[in-house]
Ligand binder design. Structure first.
Ligand code: ADP
Ligand code: MG
Length: 236
């Protein structure tokens, strides 16, 4: 029975093998769960973009990662797929609480990520919520305590961490900082530091950015552990 269980992240031999030989071109060639593959197929996603091909095997293997590629290169699926996979492999359920957290600089970008998550995640049973400013915070409070994956803007997330009774991130498996350059440009550096202080140290952390400024590298040094560095320069 033990042998039939999924190996913990970081010890999946197939993922490690793919990371050393990044030859897979289609999502089907990756060791992804059936609900993820179905979601991708129904969403019309077949061939991986370069950033996805380069990043996903490393992330599936449990590594922290800094991924840089220009806007429009497909970074969203590069992190959403492995977040869903990690929770699926852990048999994450409602009772396990918050497992994945995606932080995005603006409401508009957070909404876009959430829409992609809804589309490719629709065959999964885990719950997902959107936590952005401009909506009634009280209404959000009830819901954020029940979600497995949250897509957030920094200010609103920190507000819930400080004020929402029952908001609990102690089980968090994966943190994603998306569009890190814009998060920093918008002045959220201190907010991100406070958020990260509230998160368990044992988590996996992924940082994505269109550009690699010194500020982004500094944030990477503070929030990532022995990360893979992936930069895609070509249009793809
Ligand atoms: P980024 O975050 O790097 O700016 P996005 O994740 O928003 O890029 O993706 C840009 C566009 O590419 C979106 O319209 C998305 O649907 C599309 N896209 C992403 N990955 C794929 C793929 N593997 N196959 C086809 N289209 C894709
Ligand atoms: Mg993006």
């Amino acid at each position: 029975r033990i042998a039939a269980e999924a190996p913990p992240p970081g010890t999946n031999p197939l993922a490690n093998d793919l990371a050393s030989k990044p030859a897979a071109k289609s999502f089907r060639e990756l060791p992804l769960s059936r609900p993820t593959l179905q979601g991708l197929e129904e969403g019309g996603y077949k061939t991986m973009k370069d950033i996805q091909r380069a990043c996903i095997p490393h992330i599936l293997a449990g590594r922290d990662l800094l991924g840089a590629a220009k806007t429009g290169s497909g970074k969203t699926l590069a992190f959403l797929i492995p977040v869903m996979e990690r929770l699926f492999r852990l048999k994450w359920s409602k009772l396990d609480g918050l497992g994945g957290l995606v932080i995005s600089p603006t409401r508009e970008l957070a909404i876009q990520i959430f829409e992609v998550l809804r589309k490719v995640g629709k065959k999964h049973e885990m719950s997902a919520g959107l936590v952005i400013g401009g909506k009634d915070v009280g209404q959000e409070q009830e819901r954020v305590t029940h979600m497995n994956i949250l897509v957030c803007t920094p200010g609103r997330l920190l507000q819930h961490m400080d004020e929402t009774y029952g908001f609990d991130a102690c089980n968090l498996q994966v943190l994603v900082l998306d569009e890190a350059d814009r998060i920093l440009d918008l002045g959220f550096s201190a907010t991100i530091n406070s958020i990260v202080e509230n998160l368990p140290k044992s988590r996996q952390t992924l940082l994505f950015s269109a550009t690699l400024s010194k500020q982004v590298r500094d944030l990477a040094r503070l929030s990532l552990k022995e990360p893979e560095y992936i930069a895609i320069h070509e249009a793809s």
